[in-house]
Design a protein around this ligand. Sequence first.
Ligand SMILES: [Zn+2]
Length: 316
Amino acid sequence: MKRLWTLFLLSLLVGLLVACDDTASQNNAVDVSERQINVVATIGMITDIVENIGGERVDVTGLMGPGIDPHLYTASEGDVTRLREADIVFYNGLHLEAQMANVLERMNESGSRTVAVTDGIEREILLAPPEFQGAYDPHVWFDVSMWMSAVETVRDALIELDPASAEIYQQNAEAYLSELQELHEYVQEQAETVPEQKRVLVTAHDAFNYFGRAYGFEVRGLQGISTAAEASTADVQNLARFIAEREIPAVFIESSVPQRNIEAVQAAVRSEGFDVSIGGELFSDAMGNPGTPEGTYIGMVRHNIDIIVSALLATE
Ligand SMILES: [Zn+2]
């Protein structure tokens, strides 16, 4: 009897697997050449890539708008429906969208096309800070040269899904990549206008490690790589002492992290007998409002470096 029961369960399992496999092959065989491709992307910077590369061929839904923190974002019921109906889903990966991991994993298992745009980046050049316990730092978009790899991953995935329009994706990617190359050089040039010992970037959370490595800044964040862990009083004190000792003129708030954290640092610096100003708002894990220059990846990166340079040079 027990054996029969096991056999029954086994056949049920096989049936389920076959059913899953079926949907997988159906999804892979989907013909999109006669209509727009339905794309869902998580963070704005990825939505922007897809719009640039896909052009008229894609209809993109970006899940996370201005001011939204991807570390904490959970998929709503509507999101899950949108994800399920999408021809292809692009996300950052490297645990950035930590609360969506289950949803994305389930989609992957059921054969949906889900693509982590950071998959093409060689693991050796990813940062794995010790305090992140073996995981990689996900904020790769702040090294523009690394984000160019994400563009190539999106291009290749769209070509695979829609080979009939391959030429369009190739051309769009080529144009966008050359804009990004220019952007990379612009950030380098601007960074170099700040004397080396003044190139210290203090922000609300550790989003700027790749930026620091690429453009020669020492980077300190109040909260860790993820905003999920709150900063302690000791964290605030340590950072305040560092700022006072090094006489760092400005710290920065981030559009997707509450301002009070960095204000607490500012107050603590004051009690150390030093005055640090708030240099402005940086766009870290989310872009600005649509229709504004900061509502695009290129605009947000330019805004950040311009704000950083002018605040750090203000006391020169
Ligand atoms: Zn972050």
